[in-house]
Design a protein around this ligand. Structure first.
Ligand code: SF4
Length: 221
């Protein structure tokens, strides 16, 4: 089975399957006329690209509604304009699956593909889901830079690359840090997640986020 089909048909985590379907059924007032995606959300972009962006999990009324990573919610409204400004996205808007958005030299994925209650997947649920991102990483033959959005994404990315390199790679999370992972492994840039909680409180500003993508561009030169 192709990876895409494998992901969107997965029902491994009972709690998350129930939640993603419940959210898709009950919906939100503003989106009552939508047919929610309500399934695991596959990665989006160019697997031949050099940059991999890793988020945590779909938003209840964002990608669980639209079926595309970071599409249709406040996180995406902060992320895609930044990607557009830095040349990685063809347009600043990301509203729905067929809106024409193209990612350049970049693929976006997440450590957990189903929307979790309170935006909190359990460690077991993330571990269940990790084989999907591992497969994507193996498919990205030109991978040079990974951008982890948030501490949880960073930790699981380090876990995956520790496995690949057969040596433990651990370091604390801090926004903006950039590390070259050992051997042939890519650079890792860590960033705060562009969640509403972070962007509305000023924890993550537009300028801080611009610097993340500028750094990614610099590392590709
Ligand atoms: S979180 Fe991942 S492993 Fe769990 S049901 Fe969704 S797609 Fe499957």
């Amino acid at each position: 089975m192709e990876l895409y089909d494998e992901i969107i048909s997965c029902r491994k985590c009972e709690r998350l399957v129930a939640w993603r379907e419940e959210v898709a059924f009950t919906k939100k007032k503003a989106f009552m006329d939508w047919k929610y995606w309500g399934k695991p959300v596959p990665g989006f972009g160019d697997l031949n690209g050099q940059v991999l962006v890793v988020g945590l999990a779909p938003g209840a009324h964002g990608s669980n509604r639209t079926g595309r990573m970071f599409t249709g919610d406040s996180s995406g409204n902060f992320l895609y304009p930044a990607l557009f400004r830095s040349g990685f996205a063809s347009q600043p808007d990301s509203k729905f699956l067929e809106d024409g958005l193209i990612l350049r030299n970049m693929y976006i994925t997440a450590v957990c593909r189903c929307v979790p209650p309170q935006n909190k997947p359990s460690p077991v649920e993330i571990m269940n889901c990790l084989p999907f991102i591992k497969t994507e990483i193996f498919q990205m033959k030109n991978l040079k830079v990974v951008v982890a959005l948030g501490a949880i994404a960073q930790n699981y990315i380090l876990r995956i690359f520790s496995e690949i390199s057969q040596g433990k790679i651990v370091f604390p999370f801090s926004h903006g840090r950039t590390d070259k992972l050992p051997g042939d492994l890519p650079f890792l840039i860590s960033s705060y997640h562009p969640s509403r909680q972070n962007t509305q409180t000023g924890k993550l500003t537009k300028e801080m986020f611009n610097q993340v993508w500028a750094k990614a561009n610099l590392l590709l030169r």
